[in-house]
Design a protein around this ligand. Structure first.
Ligand code: 13P
Ligand code: SF4
Length: 367
């Protein structure tokens, strides 16, 4: 089901939740959490707001939250504080008796929406014609369940930013070429780090149904879907240059969803977990400019008063869709469960789930 039809069906937050005080909402959330105990599990992605994260039973990046969801056999209700594709992934990795909810159905991921299954099904035969049976698809977990199913059906795997390298290496043991969806930057940065030159990569433009490259087709090893994260594309070379000018000794660390130029200009790049671990291990007094989502950067700044940490883009880059999950939506979702009339359930069709699980399972066994 498309995000548009989901949104048409989605219930909207009743107005009275907007009039509640923060104290009132926090105390009601706490009391539902106590009442439901281990029947309720609230995973929270690192990009969530503090007001939500304080109630998370576990926090993590998308790989950790997928692993935790798969391991949890106890919770009947999983209230996913993250974005739509993460809740879909949790639904697919849990049992039929466990129900997954997204507190605000408008919490999608603009990058995941950049690759739809119809465009992908159109691209595949053209690529097969160009390259024969030499391609394996890999999809960033930031993708719809239908794209994960496409990937599973064609022998490929899902990746997250923390295991992309291992899975790209694995994919090259399976086929000569990789079709990487939907984030061109993660695909390009990962392949480049593994030694694939930029001239061996091409971009698939889904709007023109065309492969964009200046190089001979036979040299192409990596086909990158023309998608990106608008949050991470907000970091530019101008930002890295400004940091070098103003703070010559400051280290720049960025997420691999940033462009190749920004990653090349940074001192270090890695997944959400990698960024958190690197700052945790950094010596007191060290100075960092971080190129990733604003809620996480703000939290890291608060957690490390002994270090000089700033955002790589001082105007900050929030993920607006992640930010849609807030206290009123969390309370509304939990109260609907408590009252036995839950809404905003995320449920992946059985036939999509079966094929998508093949690509998710390949991802989960890789680590
Ligand atoms: P992680 O895989 O690092 O959690 O990132 C998810 C995401 O949406 C980054 O923009
Ligand atoms: Fe999607 Fe970018 Fe938001 Fe991550 S930060 S959820 S990739 S829009």
């Amino acid at each position: 089901m498309s995000i548009t039809s989901l949104l048409q069906q989605a219930a909207l937050l009743p107005e009275h939740y907007r009039t509640l005080s923060v104290k009132e909402m926090e105390s009601r959330i706490l009391s539902i959490k106590r009442k439901l105990g281990s029947k309720l599990f609230i995973p929270g992605h690192h990009y969530q707001k503090d007001e939500v994260i304080q109630f998370a039973d576990a926090t993590g990046d998308s790989l950790q939250l997928a692993q935790l969801s798969a391991a949890n056999k106890e919770a009947e209700h999983i209230v996913f504080c993250g974005v739509h594709f993460m809740a879909e992934t949790a639904d697919m990795l849990t049992t039929k008796q466990q129900h997954v909810y997204l507190p605000d159905m408008r919490a999608g991921c603009s990058m995941a929406d950049m690759a739809d299954i119809y465009q992908t099904e159109q691209a595949w035969p053209i690529l097969q014609q160009l390259f024969g049976d030499t391609i394996i698809p890999l999809t960033y977990v930031n993708s719809t369940a239908a794209i994960k199913a496409f990937t599973g059906r064609h022998g490929g795997a899902c990746v997250t930013s923390s295991n992309a390298k291992e899975l790209v290496q694995w994919a090259f043991t399976q086929k000569q070429r990789i079709f990487f969806l939907p984030d061109q930057h993660l695909g390009r940065n990962t392949a480049y780090d593994l030694g694939v030159p930029l001239e061996n990569m091409a971009v698939w433009n889904p709007h023109k149904n065309m492969l964009e490259t200046k190089h001979p087709f036979e040299n192409i090893k990596v086909i990158l879907w023309k998608g990106h994260c608008s949050v991470h594309e907000g970091f530019t070379i101008q930002h890295t240059e400004a940091i070098r000018r103003e703070y010559p000794t400051m280290r720049i660390i960025v997420h691999p969803e940033c462009s190749r130029e920004v990653v090349a200009a940074a001192d270090d790049a890695g997944s959400t977990k990698y960024i958190i671990d690197t700052i945790n291990q950094a010596p007191s007094g060290s100075a960092w400019a971080i190129g990733t989502e604003m809620n996480l950067v703000n939290r890291i700044i608060k957690q490390h008063p002994d270090k000089h940490i700033i955002s790589l883009n001082e105007n900050f880059c929030p993920c607006l869709t992640m930010n849609r999950i807030d206290l009123p939506h969390l309370l509304w979702c939990l109260e609907s469960i408590e009252q036995g009339q839950p809404h905003n359930r995320i449920q992946v069709d059985d036939h999509i789930c079966a094929e998508a699980l093949r690509s998710l399972d390949r991802m989960l066994v890789s680590r």
